[in-house]
Design a protein around this ligand. Structure first.
Ligand SMILES: [Cu+2]
Length: 470
């Protein structure tokens, strides 16, 4: 009899009496489509052409859906660049509406940032040459078109960037792209009966869709070697928070956040990630057992108010199947030390700014009572000065362009250990504070943005603009 994953699991379930959820989630694994790996484009090969184009993509391995992508049907290639080098891009807009493309998490000046002031009309192109000065990290690129970021990202205009440096090259981490080093872009979508994408911006007040996908395939399966596997996790969904955990409760390690490595790996069993956030994870598959990653409801703070809308509930994300035919990288190991971070001291800050994210009584999404206005500069910042930004709101995800920052505290408490890296996106549920120094300039013609990274909130005006001057 051919040993399939299905009957192996059935046998295990009898022996170990796995809870029903495990049997359910493993049982349909062989039927799940395989997780695709985006193609890799190296900056060292010269200018990378990213054609913003229409496509047809299958999210479920069966029917095709009209989508958009960067030089492919859906999403874009993973762009890889070494610190100290340049990332030379040529965006070409071949779709029928204007598009701006922002490099989220990149430390570049405002004229290279790709905010809404850099919109390409249909037929236009933009060729930025981005000097990469920051440490190893996982930024991403995505639509940032004024008022249309949500629907354009939803339709597929997003992709990952990997920055390497001397430190990441030296660490004994898994590094075989697509084998034990996997881009892992998690999103959610709804569909109309005819298979087209359903985008209901105002549904339920926040955008949550029913189908969870990784790299554009719903609840995919992937084969991994028996050993350590690195997931470069990007929450690329429009508005959904995920609370990642494995069905078998296994421990995994967070090794990096938005803007770089933690100082040391942090062992966790659950990981909360909001829209726009990235984490790098190490998962140990040396036990040879299959595993299923899911998202579980989480609870908010001391008052036990449910953090998630009920539709978020429990969601299967992806299935991992250990395939012994895939060679294990015997050099890959869990480093005890990953990075050295120069921490700002709160006492270094020379000023602080406060941002209140709210919905007004008449339903407008505002920051400090103002909706985004492309013609208004909201903040003026001096380059190189250390500042504290204090954020208040009820469950938003705040992102600032032009920097990485360090979390100071969340609701008055120090951030959890796995959040102690450079970051550029942070959940605001009551009050969060970060400390930051803006080292890159932005002019009034091409200012930086700060905004809620729930894309529907951003499109509805929960965004402001700032300049950074010398
Ligand atoms: Cu928001």
């Amino acid at each position: 009899m051919k040993i399939t994953r299905r009957n192996v699991i059935t046998g295990m379930a009898g022996a170990f009496a796995l809870p029903a959820i495990n049997r359910l989630s493993f049982a349909d694994t062989p039927d799940r489509p395989v997780m695709p790996m985006p193609p890799l484009k190296q900056a060292s090969q010269g200018q990378i052409h990213l054609r913003i184009q229409e496509g047809r993509w299958s999210f479920d391995g069966k029917r095709k859906t009209p989508t958009w992508g960067f030089s492919q049907d859906y999403l874009g290639p993973v762009l890889r660049v070494q610190r100290g080098a340049e990332l030379s891009l040529r965006y070409e807009n071949t779709i029928s509406e204007p598009v701006a493309v922002h490099g989220h998490g990149l430390h570049v000046s405002g004229d290279l940032d790709g905010g809404p002031h850099r919109t390409m009309a249909p037929g236009e192109s933009w060729s930025p040459v981005l000097p990469i000065v920051q440490e190893a990290s996982v930024p991403w690129y995505h639509s940032h078109t004024h008022g249309k970021t949500g629907p354009q990202v939803y339709r597929g205009l997003a992709g990952m960037i990997i920055i390497d440096d001397g430190n990441s090259d030296r660490l004994p981490l898994p590094r075989r792209y697509g084998i034990d080093d996997l881009p892992f872009i998690v999103q959610d979508k709804d569909f109309n009966d005819d298979g087209t994408l359903l985008y209901n911006q105002l549904g339920r007040g926040r955008f949550y869709a029913a189908h969870i996908m990784v790299n554009g395939v719903i609840q995919p399966r992937t084969s991994v070697p028996r050993g350590l596997v690195r997931l470069r996790l990007l929450n690329g969904s429009n508005g959904r928070f995920f609370n990642f955990t494995f069905t078998d409760g296994r421990v995994f390690h967070v090794i990096a956040g938005d803007g770089g490595f933690l100082e040391a790996p942090v062992a966790v069993t659950t990981l909360l990630a909001g829209p726009g956030e990235r984490f790098e994870l190490l998962v140990d598959f040396s036990d040879g057992l299959p595993a299923t990653l899911r998202s579980m409801p989480a609870e908010r703070n001391e008052d036990n108010y449910p953090l998630f809308n009920p539709v978020q509930g429990e969601q299967i994300i992806a299935h991992f199947n250990v395939d012994r035919r895939i060679c294990t990288d015997s050099d890959a190991a869990m480093p005890s030390r990953l990075n050295s971070i120069d921490w700002f001291k709160a006492s270094e800050a020379v000023l602080s700014r406060k941002f209140v994210l709210a919905t007004t009584e008449d339903g407008r999404m505002v920051i400090n009572n103002k909706q985004m206005d492309m013609r208004r500069i909201d903040e003026r910042i001096k380059r190189g000065v250390v500042e504290i930004w204090e954020l208040e709101g009820e469950l938003h995800n705040f992102h600032s362009h032009g920097c990485s920052f360090q979390l100071l505290d969340i609701n008055g408490k120090p951030p959890a250990c796995h959040l102690k890296s450079w970051k550029d996106t942070v959940t605001v549920d009551q009050k969060s504070r970060f400390i930051v120094r803006y080292d890159h300039t932005a002019t009034e013609a091409f200012p930086f943005m700060y905004h809620c990274h729930l894309l529907e909130h951003e499109d509805m005006g929960m965004m402001g603009q700032f300049v950074v001057t010398s």
